[in-house]
Design a protein around this ligand. Structure first.
Ligand SMILES: C[S@@+](CC[C@H](N)C(=O)[O-])C[C@H]1O[C@@H](n2cnc3c(N)ncnc32)[C@H](O)[C@@H]1O
Length: 447
C-alpha cells in the first residue's frame, strides 16, 4: 500500500517537491501546455493556502480539516466501523474515513459539492485519467465553440451588447462551451465527473467576480482586467495536475465503503439502517448565508441547475439557515429554555431586524438540527457519539448561542452525556462592528 493509514495526515501534508504533471507536452500534441509551466514549483505556488491533499481539489472555505475528523475518531477510544456526515460539503469526513479504511456515509444537498465528494472517493485509475487527459486535449483543439451550450445561463453571466456587467467575457464563455462539449463526450462517468470538478474549481477565478460570505462581488477594475481563454486553459491544466497528483499518490489507498448520498439530510438520513459509531459534521450556521448563492456559478455553468425553478428547489432543500425564500417555519419539538428566551428577545427587537422572518427562521433552524439529531440517535451504536461543530450568530444584538441551545435540546431528547467546548471566536459581521463576538464550539453527545 502506497500510504498506510497511520501515515495519512503526515503524507497529506507533505507533497512531492516536484509533482508529476499529466497535462504535459511530452507528446508535443497539445496547445494547452505551451501556456502551462510543467514544473513542481508552479504547482507549489498554486497550492498556497490549500496545501492538503484532496482539500485542494476545490477551494471550500467552510471545510473542517482532516485532523478534526481523525481527532473525533480517536476520541471514540475504539476503531469505528461506520461513520456518518449529514453535511458533506467538500467531503473531508468521507475522504478521511476512506484513507483510514473506515466505512462512511455522507449526505450533501448541493449537486456540485456531492460530485466533488464522489470524485474524491471514487476509484479512479491514474492511468485511465492520464489517457483521458491526452484525449481531452486533442478533442478540445478539434472542437468549435458553441455559445448555445450556455444558453441556460441567467443574463448576467455572459458579456452582451447592452449589459452593464457580466461574469464571463464572451471569449471565455466561448472557451467554456468547448470545455463543456468535450466533457459531455467523456464516456466514463467517474472520469467525466473528475473533469467537471476540475473545471468547477477554476470557474470563479476565471471570471470578473469573487465570492465571499456576502455573495458575489465584482473585482476591482474588472473591466480593465478581464480573464482570457488562455487564463482558463492555464488554470484548468494546473488544477487538473494538482488533483491528478492526489489520485496518483493515493491510488493504492484502502477501499472502504463510502456511500455518498446526494440529497437533503433531513430526509435522506432515514434511508440509513446500518448503525454508526460516529456522526461527525458541521451544519450551515444560522447566519442567513445560503450555500446555493455561494456556489451558484459552478451550479449554473456546469448545468446542475438550468432554471430559476431549479435554483429555488435547491434553496428549499437546504437547511433553514437563511431567509432567501419563504417556506414554512416550525420550531423544535423538544424544550430549550435558552431558545425560548432568544426567540423572545428577537421578537422584541423585530423592528431592528433586516428581515421579519429571522426569528421564525432561527426556530426552524433548530428544528432541522433536531431532525438530524433524531436520526443520529436512532443510528448511534451504544458506545458511539455525535461530534458537531457549530457557530453562533447575532441579530440586532441578540446572540444565538447555537451550541448551548443544541445542548438543551439534546438533553431533552435523552442524550445521556452532553459536552460543549468553545474552540474559537469568530469575527461578527461588519454591521456588528466586526468584533470577535461569536463562538464556534464542538458539541459532543453520547447516548
Ligand atoms: C459547513 S458545510 C460542511 C463542510 C464539511 N464539513 C467539509 O469539511 O467540507 C455545510 C454543508 O451543508 C450542506 N447542506 C445544507 N443544507 C443541507 C441539507 N439539508 N442536507 C444536506 N446538506 C446540506 C451545504 O451545502 C454545505 O456544503
Amino acid at each position: 500500500m502506497r500510504n498506510p493509514p497511520a501515515r495519512y495526515l503526515q503524507t497529506l501534508q507533505e507533497h512531492f517537491a516536484t509533482a508529476p504533471t499529466w497535462f504535459s507536452s511530452s507528446d508535443g500534441m497539445d496547445t494547452l501546455n505551451a501556456r502551462v509551466p510543467a514544473t513542481g514549483a508552479s504547482l507549489t505556488t498554486n497550492q498556497d493556502g490549500k496545501g492538503t491533499a484532496f482539500q485542494r481539489w476545490f477551494h471550500f472555505k467552510e471545510a473542517f480539516s482532516p485532523s478534526f475528523v481523525t481527532a473525533a475518531i480517536d476520541s471514540l477510544g475504539y476503531r469505528p466501523t461506520h461513520i456518518v456526515d449529514p453535511f458533506g460539503g467538500s467531503g473531508t469526513s468521507a475522504i478521511t474515513a476512506q484513507l483510514l479504511s473506515i466505512d462512511a456515509t455522507t449526505v450533501e444537498v448541493n449537486p456540485f459539492l456531492a460530485d466533488v465528494i464522489k470524485a474524491k472517493v471514487s476509484q479512479l485509475s491514474a492511468e485511465k485519467l492520464r489517457h483521458a487527459a491526452v484525449g481531452f486535449q486533442a478533442s478540445l483543439s478539434g472542437t468549435r465553440s458553441n455559445i448555445l451550450r450556455l444558453s441556460h445561463l441567467p443574463p448576467t453571466f455572459i458579456e452582451g451588447p447592452d449589459k452593464p456587467r457580466w461574469i464571463f467575457p464572451l471569449t471565455v464563455a466561448r472557451q467554456l462551451s468547448r470545455y463543456l462539449t468535450c466533457i459531455d463526450q467523456i464516456v466514463d462517468a467517474g472520469i467525466q465527473r473528475f473533469f467537471k470538478v476540475v473545471l468547477g474549481a477554476v470557474l470563479v477565478e476565471c471570471s470578473n467576480i469573487y465570492v465571499n460570505g456576502k455573495g458575489r462581488r465584482y473585482r476591482r477594475a474588472w473591466q480593465e482586467n478581464q480573464p482570457t481563454p488562455e487564463k482558463l486553459d492555464a488554470l484548468f491544466a494546473l488544477q487538473f495536475n494538482t488533483s491528478f497528483e492526489d489520485v496518483l499518490r493515493f491510488e493504492g489507498r484502502p477501499r472502504s465503503r463510502i456511500n455518498v448520498i446526494h440529497g437533503d439530510s433531513r430526509i435522506a438520513l432515514a434511508q440509513i439502517s446500518e448503525p454508526i459509531d460516529l456522526a461527525v459534521f458541521s451544519p450551515p450556521y444560522p447566519n442567513t448565508f445560503d450555500y446555493t448563492d455561494i456556489y451558484n456559478v459552478e451550479l449554473w455553468v456546469l448545468g446542475y441547475i438550468s432554471s430559476s425553478a431549479d435554483n429555488a428547489r435547491l434553496r428549499k432543500e437546504t437547511l433553514r439557515s437563511h431567509v432567501q425564500i419563504s417556506r414554512p417555519y416550525d420550531a423544535p419539538k423538544k424544550s430549550s429554555p435558552l431558545l425560548s428566551r432568544t426567540l423572545d428577545a428577537l421578537k422584541h427587537q423585530q423592528s431592528q431586524l433586516w428581515d421579519a422572518s429571522i426569528p421564525a427562521m432561527v426556530g426552524a433552524y433548530f428544528r432541522d438540527l433536531e431532525i438530524v439529531l433524531e436520526e443520529s440517535q436512532r443510528l448511534l451504536a451504544p458506545s458511539g457519539k455525535v461530534m458537531m461543530v457549530v457557530g453562533d450568530s447575532r441579530y440586532a444584538d441578540v446572540r444565538i448561542e447555537v451550541a448551548n441551545v443544541i445542548g438543551e435540546i439534546a438533553t431533552d431528547m435523552g442524550f445521556g452525556s452532553v459536552t460543549v467546548r468553545e474552540v474559537r471566536q469568530m469575527r461578527s459581521s461588519a454591521q456588528q462592528g466586526g468584533r470577535l463576538l461569536l463562538a464556534e464550539s464542538i458539541v459532543e453527545l453520547r447516548s
